[in-house]
Design a binder for this molecule. Sequence first.
Ligand SMILES: [Zn+2]
Length: 153
Amino acid sequence: MCKDFPDKAQESYKKRLQSTIFVCKRLKTDIKMTSLQEKTCLECLAPLKGRADKKFCCDLCRTAHNNRLNSRRNNYMKNVNNILRRNRRILTELNAEGRKRVSIEKLKARGFNFNYYTNKSRTRAGGEYYYCYEHGYMPMEKDHCLLVVKKTS
Ligand SMILES: [Zn+2]
């Protein structure tokens, strides 16, 4: 019958699949064992001997590695701080009066980044203020924002 063939094909496909899975599982344990046996220095990849929790081959490598990590973190912080400072500057420039309605387009055109703010507060009416330091905005209808300044004194 015609129906027989697909069944048989399916059967042999299953068998092949099972043997592939078996090989994969073996490979996986092999990889695990090699990585257990040969731990390497996180900085220079030299094989590590000695304590199991050792991560570096020497103090120089430890220092180099940590310095690189720290400078990456510092760079990230610098970038975020720059975005926040730029946001604040834009709000300051557009809101000399202390309270002003502006379009989202206008903020975006100046390079305002809506993903970054220092804090958020909710009004009793359910509106939300997003602050970059003491300057903030509340999203309003028709793609506009109300710019405000927090009283800091
Ligand atoms: Zn090393």
